[in-house]
Design a protein around this ligand. Structure first.
Ligand code: SF4
Length: 109
Protein backbone atom coordinates (compact mmCIF):
# COMPACT_ATOMS: atom_id res chain seq x y z
CA UNK A 1 0.00 0.00 0.00
CA UNK A 2 1.34 3.47 -0.87
CA UNK A 3 2.17 5.56 2.17
CA UNK A 4 1.23 9.23 2.04
CA UNK A 5 3.55 11.72 3.70
CA UNK A 6 1.43 13.51 6.25
CA UNK A 7 4.38 15.32 7.80
CA UNK A 8 3.85 18.51 5.81
CA UNK A 9 4.68 20.99 8.51
CA UNK A 10 4.86 24.67 7.56
CA UNK A 11 8.31 26.13 6.92
CA UNK A 12 10.18 27.76 9.79
CA UNK A 13 11.89 31.13 9.75
CA UNK A 14 15.32 30.72 8.18
CA UNK A 15 14.46 27.55 6.23
CA UNK A 16 15.76 27.55 2.67
CA UNK A 17 13.06 27.94 0.00
CA UNK A 18 15.30 27.84 -3.06
CA UNK A 19 18.59 29.04 -4.52
CA UNK A 20 17.82 30.92 -7.73
CA UNK A 21 20.66 31.12 -10.24
CA UNK A 22 20.15 33.69 -12.95
CA UNK A 23 22.38 35.63 -15.34
CA UNK A 24 25.57 35.33 -13.31
CA UNK A 25 24.06 35.75 -9.83
CA UNK A 26 22.73 33.38 -7.20
CA UNK A 27 19.96 34.37 -4.76
CA UNK A 28 19.36 32.35 -1.63
CA UNK A 29 15.67 32.71 -0.84
CA UNK A 30 14.77 31.84 2.76
CA UNK A 31 11.55 31.94 4.73
CA UNK A 32 10.99 34.86 7.05
CA UNK A 33 8.94 37.98 7.62
CA UNK A 34 8.95 41.33 5.84
CA UNK A 35 7.28 43.01 8.84
CA UNK A 36 7.10 42.18 12.54
CA UNK A 37 3.33 42.40 12.39
CA UNK A 38 3.36 39.34 10.08
CA UNK A 39 4.83 37.10 12.79
CA UNK A 40 1.40 35.79 13.73
CA UNK A 41 1.34 33.98 10.35
CA UNK A 42 3.58 31.33 8.80
CA UNK A 43 6.82 32.74 7.35
CA UNK A 44 6.96 33.51 3.64
CA UNK A 45 9.69 33.50 1.01
CA UNK A 46 11.80 36.63 1.43
CA UNK A 47 13.05 38.15 -1.82
CA UNK A 48 15.88 40.69 -2.13
CA UNK A 49 15.07 44.39 -2.05
CA UNK A 50 16.60 45.46 -5.37
CA UNK A 51 15.53 49.07 -4.88
CA UNK A 52 17.64 49.40 -1.72
CA UNK A 53 20.40 47.10 -2.95
CA UNK A 54 20.57 47.00 -6.76
CA UNK A 55 22.18 43.98 -8.40
CA UNK A 56 22.86 43.73 -12.13
CA UNK A 57 23.09 40.89 -14.59
CA UNK A 58 26.46 40.15 -16.13
CA UNK A 59 25.37 42.25 -19.15
CA UNK A 60 24.36 45.24 -17.03
CA UNK A 61 20.59 45.03 -16.59
CA UNK A 62 19.03 45.36 -13.13
CA UNK A 63 17.32 42.47 -11.40
CA UNK A 64 13.79 43.23 -10.22
CA UNK A 65 11.11 41.33 -8.37
CA UNK A 66 7.67 40.96 -9.91
CA UNK A 67 6.11 42.80 -6.95
CA UNK A 68 8.64 45.64 -7.01
CA UNK A 69 7.29 49.19 -7.11
CA UNK A 70 7.62 50.57 -10.63
CA UNK A 71 10.23 53.10 -11.65
CA UNK A 72 9.61 56.19 -13.81
CA UNK A 73 10.06 54.11 -17.01
CA UNK A 74 7.14 51.79 -16.24
CA UNK A 75 4.97 50.92 -19.25
CA UNK A 76 2.10 48.58 -18.60
CA UNK A 77 1.69 45.51 -20.80
CA UNK A 78 -1.57 44.98 -22.67
CA UNK A 79 -2.60 42.32 -20.13
CA UNK A 80 -0.98 43.98 -17.13
CA UNK A 81 -3.19 44.75 -14.19
CA UNK A 82 -0.92 46.02 -11.44
CA UNK A 83 1.42 48.92 -10.92
CA UNK A 84 4.53 46.82 -10.37
CA UNK A 85 7.46 45.48 -12.37
CA UNK A 86 5.52 42.28 -13.05
CA UNK A 87 3.14 44.26 -15.28
CA UNK A 88 5.81 46.26 -17.10
CA UNK A 89 6.68 45.62 -20.74
CA UNK A 90 10.41 45.77 -19.90
CA UNK A 91 10.23 42.92 -17.40
CA UNK A 92 11.77 39.61 -18.53
CA UNK A 93 10.69 36.59 -16.49
CA UNK A 94 13.43 34.85 -14.59
CA UNK A 95 12.71 32.25 -11.94
CA UNK A 96 10.01 32.37 -9.26
CA UNK A 97 9.48 36.09 -8.48
CA UNK A 98 12.87 37.29 -9.68
CA UNK A 99 13.07 38.89 -13.11
CA UNK A 100 15.29 41.17 -15.15
CA UNK A 101 14.45 44.71 -16.26
CA UNK A 102 15.42 45.06 -19.93
CA UNK A 103 14.77 48.80 -20.07
CA UNK A 104 17.78 50.36 -21.83
CA UNK A 105 17.42 53.51 -19.71
CA UNK A 106 18.13 51.45 -16.61
CA UNK A 107 21.09 49.55 -18.05
CA UNK A 108 24.53 50.23 -16.60
CA UNK A 109 26.71 52.30 -18.94
S1 SF4 B 1 10.56 46.49 -15.19
FE1 SF4 B 1 12.17 48.04 -15.28
S2 SF4 B 1 11.31 49.75 -16.46
FE2 SF4 B 1 9.64 48.46 -15.79
S3 SF4 B 1 8.95 49.40 -13.88
FE3 SF4 B 1 10.36 47.75 -13.34
S4 SF4 B 1 12.34 48.78 -13.15
FE4 SF4 B 1 10.99 50.18 -14.29
Amino acid sequence: MMKINTNLSPPKEGDLFKIIKLHGSAFEIRYGYYEDIDRKYDPVEIYPDFIKHPIYTSDGFPFVTLMQSPCEHFEITSDGSDQDCGSCKYMERGDELIAVCRCLKRKLR
